[in-house]
Write a protein that binds this ligand. Sequence first.
Ligand code: ADP
Ligand code: MG
Length: 320
Amino acid sequence: MRNKIAVLMGGMSAEREISLVSGQAVLKALKELGYDSFGIDVSPDLPFELLEAKPDAAFIALHGRGGEDGTVQGLLEIMRIPYTGCGVFSSAATMDKVVTKTILKGHDIPVIDDVVARKEDDLSEVLEEVNERLSYPVMVKPAREGSSIGVTKVNSEWGMHDALDEVFRRDDKALIERYVDGRLITVGIIGTEPTVLPVLEIRVKDGFYDYQAKYERGRAQYEVPAKISEEISEYARKVALSSFKALECEGVARIDMIYEENNDTLAVLEINTVPGMTETSLLPKAARALGLTFTDVVEIILKSARLKIENQTFCLSRLS
Ligand SMILES: Nc1ncnc2c1ncn2[C@@H]1O[C@H](COP(=O)(O)OP(=O)(O)O)[C@@H](O)[C@H]1O
Ligand SMILES: [Mg+2]
């Protein structure tokens, strides 16, 4: 009997459209591999659809809140359906950049200096703290969002009101970070025995790696392996694996970092536990440098599927 795999995609987050593209690409790969796979566009009916379909495992292709954040993972634990990637705690913690950075700091992993602001905070007090602890420009972003949605580069105090407004329409917690004029790199990690992929560098023509640069063709260029020294590359991969372990990730994650060449420092920006999974997404691109096809990556991630709380794995079988 071949395994029945449900690919969970879509959902209600701001990254719904991207998740649908990831989900379709994963579904196609699973079909090519011979699995009895089908897609579910996640809605409040998800438990009923899962009860009816009775999949052997769920492949999570949901980005953002309501999917990458531990909620769906919790439901799958209760329904005893093994699922890919990170567990409940790890998904919830990494969804929140403030929580992630607190944990990373506790493990002596370098992060960027910041100020956290909440919706109910007094703006003048927030500005005072920013003036004391950081200097402009700063990056203002929602604590729990992805795809650069709601992220603004602010050059002076005058831009802070609008940037925070942009965040508070989406989240009640804002992260204000020193703007680092460095090279943007990312490291993917896949598999039960984690394989750390080569470092990939993202080069954006102008501005930062915003939503348009992420999804419009030609707005950004990618280099893998990144043209950085062997030493920095090894260090970045080491920091990525330490971050993965610190947040108790498993199966798959992509760690975004910034490397400041002038003072030779590296800092972790964030951890994505359900990174983009189209053929041209960053993690599959980095895997290709190791000779792994998109389909190989999908199968490696699928093999990570298990119930994390009871440590129950599921047996893989497919049409040979
Ligand atoms: N402190 C920072 N300094 C410089 N650029 C930043 C900083 N924080 C974020 N960025 C830019 O914004 C992009 C999105 O930020 P990130 O923290 O990765 O959030 P998201 O979850 O939206 O991807 C990054 O890829 C980078 O280009
Ligand atoms: Mg990012």
